[in-house]
Design a protein around this ligand. Sequence first.
Ligand code: ADP
Ligand code: MG
Length: 280
Amino acid sequence: MSNTRIQPRENASASRRAAGSSSVSAPRVDDPHSETAIHPGGGAHKLAKREVVLSARQVHKSYKKGKHVIPVLRGVDFAARQGDFTSIVGQSGSGKSTLLHLLGTLDSPDAGEIHFQGQRIDNLPSRERDAYRNRSFGMIFQFYHLLPECNTLENVLMPMMIGAGVFKYWLGRKEYIERAKHLIELVGLSHRLTHKPRELSGGEMQRTAIARALMAQPQLLLADEPTGNLDQKTGREILEILRTLNHEERLTIVMVTHDLTIASEADQMVRLSEGLVEAA
Ligand code: ADP
Ligand code: MG
């Protein structure tokens, strides 16, 4: 799975060099860049070396239920660093999905700020936020959200079909199809190119969703309970794919999960509790 070329970001090879070995199975304990770099309290960390790529600053979010206002996030500080695999854990209902949606500009905070690569993104006009999200973030979810009438290849191509527009897509279709097939191979699904989602297992659907999330060559992957609907073995296989992307391609990943075993394999684990992020 080396030289997979799935993320031709300018700094991918440099960061790979910085990371030393790209062995998938090697733990990152000896990686000098992987010191805990999350600052639940927002304070500076002397050992932090890698750049913060995505952050939440004093983020608040409440939902209205009838007359009641239910505070979910009550001043969350969170930071994900370039090339790191960060997991967010917390009980059901603790606000994990809410936070991930805010980080991914799917929703806006009531107060506080979201920054990506040094730019504040939560207050952009919705069109710009959509463009930002499509360009910069890949997302995967517990229930895959594949289009049922489209086969694996078409589902993976979908971000380009939508994002590029008909004319640009038509011009670039050969390259897009080649990239989609390469990504499908990367997630081990080349033998399922023309299968529709209903003809796929849960694990295969999640593999398709991962390939789709990578199609627009995002800088960051946001994953909401990606193993939550899978049996343990299949869940581990999906985690392995994510770890490989993180190790070999230096893809920055933020993953929400309630599964502590899975979460603990990330570089950093933080916990959402009582509407706040704490180190886990
Ligand atoms: P988690 O992902 O940790 O299980 P969520 O972020 O989905 O938690 O939800 C946190 C809380 O916010 C829950 O109490 C949930 O019922 C509530 N909530 C989430 N989304 C909405 C919404 N769109 N409208 C009203 N309440 C919501
Ligand atoms: Mg959730």
